[in-house]
Ligand binder design. Structure first.
Ligand code: ATP
Ligand code: MG
Length: 285
């Protein structure tokens, strides 16, 4: 069999010759995974809970998902049962350009879900990135080599607007913003949206809002209704109709190293993240 594979980067063309037949296809025709940053610099709003459970839910609905842990706290990694102590390559090596994405991927026992875990040294990356050339495109370049293998790549961001979050936003097609239904819910959102605007203008013109997710919802409280109203006013047409209820089962699952579906599949939290995955997939059909 005569087989030749040639790769011409500049003209964005792949040529494959099999049995003398030549097939050309542009990269735009290749399936590319959508990259979504889960970000809000406010702490404890449900970023990690959403990253883990939305990824798992989408994975269970026959999609291939890569979950990237970019928060030095490593809660996403431990939330899917990964022991962070003896990892050779992690999101830290990826972001400083010391390993390829392929080398850092860990396959999980959960349906459709792969993970790039975070190493214990990621906390130092904020400082190290300052002296790295192309510091805002390291993650984007690393993920470019694997995005064709996934339907979606979800990045869990730390609670700050530092270089790690900026790097994630530069690598992403969209940002998904979890907002906790509490008194200070809207605090800091104008700063977050300002950062998004700057990144859009200077580095990543395609960055859009994927959706805004209301978390830790308690419909019995008047305050919750007020927050929902305010958030919908702030983000017209961007707020998911699915809301995530406040439920203790969602906070217990990470202790068992698994997404809610593998801990208590009949819980309210599991139903909510499954409904969110349906809404998310419908919007991405
Ligand atoms: P950080 O900013 O520190 O990274 P985060 O935004 O990732 O935090 P989580 O870690 O997902 O937030 O959630 C904060 C805490 O609230 C955790 O203890 C988590 O288990 C709990 N939690 C998240 N969502 C819910 C929920 N819907 N119901 C009850 N507890 C929740
Ligand atoms: Mg987190």
């Amino acid at each position: 069999m005569h087989f030749r594979f040639s790769f011409e980067h500049n003209c964005d063309t792949i040529t494959i010759i099999t049995f003398g037949k030549e097939v050309n296809c542009g990269f735009s025709q290749l399936p590319m995974g959508k990259i979504i940053a889960i970000a809000n610099q406010k702490g404890g709003v449900g970023k990690t809970t959403t990253a883990v459970n939305l990824s798992a839910a989408v994975g269970m609905k026959n999609k291939k998902v890569l979950l990237v842990d970019m928060d030095p706290q490593g809660n996403t990694s431990s939330g899917v049962g990964i022991d962070r102590r003896n990892l050779k390559n992690t999101s830290y090596e990826l972001v400083i350009g010391a390993a390829s994405a392929q080398e850092a991927i860990v396959h999980t026992e959960f349906s459709g879900l792969d993970v790039i875990p975070c190493g214990i040294n990621l906390a130092g990356a904020e400082i190290e990135l300052i002296s790295i050339e192309n510091r805002l495109s390291t993650l984007k370049n690393a993920l470019a080599t694997v995005r064709g293998a996934y339907d979606f790549i979800l990045i869990d961001c730390p609670p700050s607007l530092g270089l790690i979050t900026t790097n994630a936003l530069c690598a992403s097609d969209t940002i998904l913003i979890p907002i906790q239904c509490e008194f200070y819910a809207l605090e800091g959102l104008s700063q977050l949206m300002n950062t998004v605007r700057i990144i859009k203008r200077q580095y990543n013109p395609h960055l859009e809002i994927e959706g805004v997710l209301l978390t830790m919802y308690d419909g019995r409280l008047n305050l919750t209704q007020q927050v929902v109203h305010e958030v919908k006013k702030y983000f017209p047409k961007k707020v998911y109709s699915t809301v995530i209820p406040r439920t203790v089962r969602l906070s217990e699952a990470p202790g068992f190293g698994c997404p809610i579906f593998y801990f208590d599949r009949s819980s309210k939290g599991a139903a909510a993240y499954s409904a969110l995955a349906d809404e998310f997939l419908k919007a991405n059909r």
